[in-house]
Ligand binder design. Structure first.
Ligand SMILES: [Zn+2]
Length: 102
């Protein structure tokens, strides 16, 4: 019984080509304040609208304050500088990006 040990041949013309398609909104880098940007969806040049949401940083501060200084444990939920920031297009209302504190 003869085994045929030929190495697999590599033919660049027949190799599958992977196309990576990225959606602009997931890669848009935004800061913590409203930002001038070209909307990836409607292509208007807009100033983003921001929405502050409680992220991981807020909850970590809440837990720390609950252990060490209980009366102020809800304080981080009231401070925008502790929160994650969502950016939206004011023209088409599409989500543009998220700035996380952590
Ligand atoms: Zn838009």
């Amino acid at each position: 019984m003869a085994l045929n040990h030929q190495p697999p041949s590599f033919n660049p013309a027949s190799s599958p080509i992977q196309h990576v398609v990225t959606v602009g909104s997931s890669l848009t880098k935004v800061g913590t304040v409203p930002t001038e940007i070209n909307c990836p969806r409607c292509h208007h040049h807009v100033m983003t609208e921001v929405n502050y949401i409680n992220g991981a940083f807020v909850w970590i501060l809440v837990v720390i304050l609950a252990f060490f200084f209980f009366p102020l444990m809800c304080f981080p939920c009231c401070i925008d500088q502790c929160k994650d920031v969502e950016h939206y297009c004011p023209h088409c209302r599409s989500f543009i990006g998220l700035k996380k504190r952590m």
